[in-house]
Design a protein around this ligand. Structure first.
Ligand SMILES: Cc1cc2nc3c(=O)[nH]c(=O)nc-3n(C[C@H](O)[C@H](O)[C@H](O)COP(=O)(O)OP(=O)(O)OC[C@H]3O[C@@H](n4cnc5c(N)ncnc54)[C@H](O)[C@@H]3O)c2cc1C
Length: 462
């Protein structure tokens, strides 16, 4: 085999390099730039939003406390939502209650979700990045970190321009999978290693042309018939799924349909397919799952048209351009957030956000199971230490890959907390870059002050 020689074609420098432009990365980049840092964001796709756009995931899960009284995830999340509401791209969470069409009639943990248009989010995020002065490179894949000792000093990436590299005072890993931390040698856990499980992947798709009044009437007539048995929720259209099964029109291991209404009256987001055992860090595993995901989406769509009243004339608006990945690497940080911390509503001194999202674990008891475990209190806190990889310096984690056990990650992985983590990581990175300090050495009280000055809510310590 020929030896491969790779030379750097384009060299960049920046204060803060953000890898990944999902909910965590995009907010990290905007927050860091607003603090005055020179920020470079690299993103594999052609737009930002990650699972919210590439994955067509929606709605934004709740941003309220457990009682549903107060919006507790604010800051950049709130600003993004308000900009979308103003343009008709989203419905404000204050107007959306659990147990309605916008939550697929799910009640637990679903008060005050935010239905939104993925296309609108792409536009709003581009505008906010441009206004903040973030330099963005789309269609750019992170390859390797530049590491000296145990300190990350930048990253190497690939695009149509060839190989690029950037030095950086601080790097933020917002890849969801923790690609930067992993390649820098950080310890991690893949899914739930204790149980040998990983949450299933889902191919989202959106449909339009639905006569929603008719569809919703079918649910209303059957709402009394929602139940849970053997860890499985029999919810929307389980009566239609069993009919299709009897007719040989249903081969999936699901018993009901996750159908979430979008801001436009005839559009719905379908969260139903389930692909088990996907390793999102393995190209062969992901490829097979993308193909299986589209096959399942096609079967679900044919089911909807044939069996669900109001969907007869529906069309598929789009399947997601990226498979929905719920779980992969959990990087080991200075603090590993545990399910017990969340369920007992603990709020640590160094919290960088508070949230009340219930633990949402799919597939733990087999392909059909899912759980929403609510917390015992108004909210819990996520510590700054969970953003700091234990053995590696110069690097912050934000979003799905932060340090948490699999069950805790099942709560904080949803998009509003990911955006709050991104905002905190961005401000922390800018502070570290400005003072030429390790992110592990910044003044956390000052970080918290800046967060609250920028509309974040940090609750009460307990
Ligand atoms: C099936 C499913 C259902 C969900 N349901 C909901 C829901 O209803 N509500 C809710 O709020 N949340 C939901 N979530 C959770 C939520 O969507 C994700 O956990 C969240 O988007 C994670 O944000 P992130 O920024 O950490 O990662 P991601 O959204 O995954 O973004 C990571 C970004 O990094 C980029 N990237 C990755 N690797 C590289 C690389 N090597 N080089 C360059 N760029 C890279 C990706 O292209 C992507 O844009 C769901 C998730 C799934 C999968």
């Amino acid at each position: 085999m020929n030896e491969m020689t790779l030379s750097i074609q384009k060299q960049y420098t920046c204060d803060v390099l953000v890898v990944g432009g999902g909910p965590a990365g995009v907010t990290a980049a905007i927050a860091a730039a607003r603090e005055g840092a020179d920020v470079l964001l690299i993103e594999q796709g052609g737009f930002c939003g990650g699972m919210a756009t590439r994955g067509l995931v929606g709605p934004f899960m709740t941003c309220y406390d457990a009682e549903g009284k107060e919006m507790i995830i604010r800051g950049l999340f709130r600003e993004i939502v308000e900009r979308m509401v103003e343009r008709g791209f989203a419905i404000h969470p204050s107007e959306v209650m659990g147990g309605t069409a916008y939550t697929s009639w799910i009640k637990i943990g679903h008060d005050h979700v935010t239905p939104f248009e993925a296309e609108g989010l792409k536009l709003v995020l581009d505008e906010m990045l441009t206004e903040a002065g973030v330099r963005v490179l789309y269609h750019t894949d992170f390859l390797e970190p530049i590491v000296e000792g145990n300190i990350v000093k930048g990253g190497v990436f690939h695009s149509k321009s060839g190989i690029g590299a950037s030095s950086a005072k601080v790097v933020i890993d917002a890849t969801g999978d923790g690609d930067v931390a992993y390649r820098a040698g950080a310890s991690y856990e893949m899914g739930n290693e204790e149980l040998g499980l990983i949450q299933p992947a889902t191919m989202f798709f959106r449909i339009s042309g639905v006569d929603s009044a008719v569809t919703e009437a079918d649910i209303q007539a059957n709402l009394h018939n929602f139940y849970r048995k053997d860890g499985v929720n029999y919810r929307s259209f389980h009566w239609r799924v069993s009919e299709a099964k009897e007719n040989g029109d249903w081969s999936l291991k699901r018993v009901s349909i996750g159908l979430f209404k979008m801001p436009k009256d005839d559009e719905w987001c379908v969260n139903t397919s389930r692909i088990m055992g996907v390793d999102s860090t393995d190209a062969e595993s992901v490829t097979a799952a993308e193909i299986e995901g589209r096959r399942q989406a096609d079967e679900i769509f044919r089911f909807l048209k044939k069996y669900v009243p109001g969907c007869e004339k529906a069309t598929i608006k789009s399947t997601a351009s990226h498979l929905g990945i719920r779980e992969s690497r959990h990087i080991l940080g200075e603090y590993r957030l545990r399910a017990e911390d969340l369920l007992a509503a603990k709020v640590p001194e160094d919290r960088i956000l508070v949230a009340a999202n219930s633990v949402d674990v799919h597939g733990r008891f087999g392909p059909t199971s899912n759980e929403y475990v609510p917390i015992e209190g108004s909210y819990y806190g996520v510590p700054y230490r969970s953003l700091l990889p234990k053995e590696i310096d110069g690097l912050l984690l934000a979003g799905r890959c932060v340090s948490a056990d699999s069950t805790a990650a099942g709560a904080i992985r949803v998009m509003p907390p990911c955006m709050a983590m991104g905002q905190a990581a961005g401000i922390a990175a800018a502070m570290a870059a400005e003072l030429a300090l390790s992110p592990k050495k910044i003044d956390v009280r000052e970080l918290q002050n800046r967060l609250t000055e920028r509309d974040a809510y940090l609750g009460e310590v307990r």
